[in-house]
Unconditional design. Structure first.
Ligand code: 4AD
Length: 434
């Protein structure tokens, strides 16, 4: 069947091929990887119809004689809306530029197949996380971007002040020092005291002076908090269910875009791997590292570094690994202390995944008022966190939660090496382009 398109088909030219009597274009509007093939008589050929130019095409949509596409547009009129000089345009027709090259053009890279696929997958993954939480009875909370707390206590805060600094002795804008959030956890804990299951998914900021392939200064974190939660097992079950359901949804709904990163076989193999998980305690991890042939010197009490995480994942057959019960002193003040002297561990867990390392960090939270007060006093924080102690004074329940680095999730599922390639506009030390 043929039909007249009333509204012109609008998009950007992805390819141009001319024959004696005809011109063939592929026009892509960004909604999918598929471009619409446009066939036009040579008389419609226009010097300005170049790779990257923006066009509006009016014509008749017909069943295509070619197997590759179901339909093609027989053009009656082609209007070049925005020209694109092929000499100056940094992307060349038929060339597959690598992600590192594309990174130099943060304002233009979304015009390429690879990066537009990535951003469509990112959008679908966002929806997948929201649907997981909706289907499992979580209430979404918009936690603040500006906050006066340092949830992680790791000293990686960006301070917020108006740009008109002027007098160095004037008061803080908010009367107290204020920062960009490093985690919405404490606000979620407030809310889990009323809604039981809550989550947040938003921008998170860390002044990490790192150029690594898995750190950004601004990234998106998915965080969940569950009231009436009594064991790490129950927490890791939610983390695992979330990881599986979102991975499956992304892979099922973005087949064509994902295909650009993985061949189908690799992709399904990766999926099987991703969907089986392994669990070990921190103490077991120390033993495994001690026995390895890689000569790690890793005494009990040290924090796992990237190379240790990699080794543990490899040791388990390249599947995601939950590492539980870390030394208490490695974890922030909110982590629940296990009753296991002399080890003194915390009911905390990290999820390590192939290719990336740490993807999620979580813990049971210290809900016992006396224990928490003592910990805060030790850290000299009891006044700062008096409101946090109130949560334990009034209707306190055992609870726990976790945070997942959204960009690291995309890296893991797509096998993308550098975190800067899975976010529209990456921010990292010495780089804030656009
Ligand atoms: O392990 P983290 O620091 O955990 C927290 O912030 C908890 N308060 C979360 C919670 O329990 N609600 O961070 C969680 C995850 C990490 O596992 C990592 O995937 C990601 O956030 N992440 C980063 N991703 C990109 N760039 C950075 N600089 C990151 N820092 C952490």
């Amino acid at each position: 069947r043929t039909r007249m398109i009333n509204l012109p088909h609008a998009g950007w030219v992805r390819s141009v091929r001319t024959q004696k009597a005809h011109i063939f274009l592929h026009v892509n509007d960004g909604s999918s990887l598929q471009s619409l093939q446009v066939v036009a008589g040579a008389e419609l050929n226009d010097q300005l119809l170049t790779f990257g130019s923006a066009v509006e095409v009016t014509g008749i949509l017909k069943k295509s004689p070619h197997q590759k596409q179901a339909v093609e547009l027989e053009a009656q009129r082609i209007h070049v809306i925005g020209e694109c000089d092929p000499v100056d345009f940094p992307f060349k027709i038929k060339e597959r530029h690598n992600l590192e090259y594309l990174r130099q053009f943060p304002h233009l890279r979304c015009r390429t197949n690879a990066f537009s696929s990535l951003l469509r997958i990112r959008s679908e993954a966002t929806a997948a996380f929201h649907s997981f939480f909706k289907d499992n009875g979580f209430v979404q909370i918009h936690t603040p971007v500006i906050t006066s707390n340092d949830c992680e206590g790791a000293g990686e805060l960006f301070q917020v002040e108006p740009s008109s600094v002027g007098d160095a002795h004037r008061e803080f804008f908010f009367s107290v020092p204020a920062f960009l959030t490093v985690s919405g956890q404490l606000h979620l804990e407030v809310m889990s005291g009323a809604f039981s299951r809550v989550y947040t998914f938003g921008p998170t900021f860390r002044a990490e002076n790192s150029q690594s392939r898995r750190h950004l200064a601004e990234f998106y974190m998915v965080e969940a908090e569950l009231g009436f939660l009594r064991s790490l097992n129950d927490l890791t079950k939610v983390m695992e269910d979330m990881f599986k359901s979102t991975t499956e949804q992304v892979l099922a709904r973005c087949v064509e875009d994902v295909d650009l990163f993985h061949s189908k076989e690799v992709f399904f193999k990766a999926l099987n791997v991703i969907l089986s998980t392994f669990r070990m305690s921190y103490s077991e991890a120390v033993e495994i590292l001690g026995r390895s042939t890689e000569n790690f010197t890793f005494p009990w009490g040290c924090d796992l570094k990237t190379e240790h995480e990699k080794h543990l994942v490899k040791h388990c057959g390249n599947v995601p690994v939950f590492v539980t019960d870390y030394p208490y002193r490695l974890k922030p003040f909110y982590a629940r202390a296990n009753q296991d002297p002399p080890q003194n561990t915390a009911a905390a867990v990290d999820l390590l995944v192939p290719g990336v390392g740490e993807l999620c960090g979580g813990s049971l939270r210290e809900e016992r008022l006396d224990v928490l007060t003592a910990h805060l006093e030790d850290a000299g924080l009891e006044d700062t966190y008096d409101w946090y102690l109130d949560l334990r004074r009034f209707g306190s329940v055992p609870h726990g939660g976790f945070g997942l680095g959204f960009e690291r999730f995309l890296q893991c599922v797509l096998g993308v090496d550098n975190i800067k390639d899975v976010i529209p506009f990456p921010r990292y030390s010495h780089s804030c382009l656009l």
